[in-house]
Design a protein around this ligand. Sequence first.
Ligand code: DGY
Length: 323
Amino acid sequence: MKPPVLLTRRIPASVLSRLKATCSVDLHEGDDPISHDDLISRVLGKQALLCLLTDRVDREVLEAGVDLRIVANIAVGYDNIDVAAARARAIPVTNTPDVLTEATAEFTWALILAVTRRVAEGERLLRGGTWKGWALDFMLGMELRGKQLGIVGLGRIGSAVAARAPAFGMSVAACSLEAMTAPAPGAVRRPDVEMMTLDRLLATSDVVTLHVPLTSETRHLIGRHALSRMKRTGYLVNTSRGPVVDEDALAWALGERLIAGAALDVYEQEPRVYPGLLGLDNVVLAPHLGSATTETRTAMASLAVDNVLAVLAGRAPLTPVAG
Ligand code: DGY
């Protein structure tokens, strides 16, 4: 008999058929995330749970999943899972590192360029029919060449963002929050990156980009105090996790022009966007697209399936999470 597994969202057909070849798959269809109640009732009797960052896999879910042998998150971040509760039940938790590094780094640069060159703001104006034509002083942004990029969290994705900086003529400063977060395996220490404290990075960088996991230490790492330390001409970019930034504080800093702008891909309570941000022109708002390429999403699903197949075959998971 094939081992029963719960899959909380559609995955690419080629990857799903690989899973179905070995497992009996209970797939949550539809465009909305599986409800927490549904997750609890359907995990019962399943040997594997393949889930997304939108699924809260808490103690209740893990207790209901008495037969679970693995929880495979289709994401690199795993703050949606109670890892300690899983460990207490000897259930390995896996994530999808590496395969989304380049896509997320590319998207970070898309946001850096969008906010410093006012791309979204310009498009809104044009679609609104109020563009009056070219003018020498119209919608000026900030040039990147000669400026400092400050990377908070020099793990895999932070390092990949740093690697692209020379193409734009930017110098790179970084602070690695090793006291707060375990150093990511695979992080590349680059000789051309100047390491400094978070405080100095905030005060000296022209663009600050966040690449830390969400933990109790990094929650609201960027609040009123941090934002007040930034240059008034500085920009903040977040493609990590929403709660790393205090959105109320950010709306305040943007509204008061304490910083020049921000670009966000992630939010404190997705899919809700803090209302105070929606009316501001100096913030670019993207709907959590960091890893959203066909290649990367297929690779993420495939790695999660590989983890499930390995564990169900009695082998070690390929990418267990630390912590
Ligand atoms: C992840 O994998 O954690 C990303 O946020 C998905 O885009």
